[in-house]
Every structure is written in C-alpha cells, then in structure tokens.
Design a binder for this molecule. Sequence first.
Ligand SMILES: [Zn+2]
Ligand SMILES: [Zn+2]
Length: 226
Amino acid sequence: MNDAPESPGPSIDAVPTRYGDTTFRSRLEADWAATLDNYDIQWQYEPETITLDSGALYIPDFWLPELGTWIEVKGPGVPRTEKAKELAQARACRCEVNCVCRWPGGEFLLIGRPSLASDRTEIGHRPRSGYANWETPFGPSTYFVKCPGCTRAQWTTLGRPWRCRTCRASLEKEQLHRPVDRFVRFINSASSVGSLFAMPDLGEPFTAAELGLDEEADDNFFHAGF
Ligand SMILES: [Zn+2]
Ligand SMILES: [Zn+2]
C-alpha cells in the first residue's frame, strides 16, 4: 500500500497501526498480521524493495518465508493491483513437467482484502472481525488449506503442482476453503496484542435477535409482565 503513484488518496484504513513490534501503514495490514499469527504463519513486513521488469519499484506488504508467498493488502480505496500482478507473473513457475522450483509452483502472490462480515447462518460464536477475504491478481480461485503432512496453513490454487509449499506433501482437495466458505477467521489486531497465553477469542455470542428468538423473547416478556 506504499506504492504512492497508484494510490488515489488516503483510504479509510490508512491509519498507522501498531501491532506487536511493528507499525503498519494501515489497520487492515495490522489485522492481516494478527490473522497470520492466528494460523501460525510466519511473516515479514515489507522486507524487500523489488525492481520490477517494467522498472517500477515495488514493496509488497508481507513475505511469508515458510510458504514462498507474498501478500499485498488492498483496502477498498486502493483497488489497483498492477505491481502485484507484474510480480506474480515474474515469480510464477515455468517448469514444463516436473516442478523443480524452490517453492512448488514458484513464488505465489495473494491479494489480502478487508474481511467478509459475519452472517446469521453460523452455529455458535461468530468471529468479531468476520472472515478473511483474499484473491489473486488473476482471479478468485485461491484456496486456504492446512497441509496434512506438516500441518502448515497456506494458500494454494488448483494449478499444478498440487503440493504443500513447505514440505511438498500432496494436498487433499476436501480440505480446501474459499473465502466464501467462511472458514478462516479474520483477527482484529487491537484485540489480540499480548494474548499469547489468553483464552482463544471465540467472538461474541449471537444475540436473540440474530437467532430469530426476538418474537419469543417478546412473548415471554408479555406473559411475565402481565
Ligand atoms: Zn516450477
Ligand atoms: Zn506440508
């Protein structure tokens, strides 16, 4: 989000936000860091300035050193993703048959979006900050999966080679989750600082209104009161 020439102006998220030892350029970036922490995904914030083939300088927001994955966080006010797209194309795998890249499929780039809101169809507790939302610069067909071998959470596509980006174990299709599956909780960085030994954040219980119990509650009150 630091690629100033692409930014039309400050977005609603562009407030410097501290999380852990890092000051992020936006609240959304800090929330993505907290979300990565929640899934035990190692991350580095803006570790490298990359000169693209076009000559443009680009500093992606996150590098995930165990997954060979970049994350470019994009809020609603900064929709342009040209630099991310160029980097994704430059670092993608070009192996003909068997992939011999350091990372299966080459380096991967994810666009991190603002979270999806919770809805009323979920059972139990809803996450306070909703669900993580992502895509690639080329389309939405990116999946979140936990490797059955090393248990590392990661993002992948259905393109070959379909292997864990860390241990190269084969991934299982039934474990795949899309943002719309509402599986990956998005974490509010402000509520998770110093919570290493705290109870997991289960979110807030559903209200009676959300569970469709409003009328019943009203009836009870009516009978009790009169
Ligand atoms: Zn390859
Ligand atoms: Zn693995």
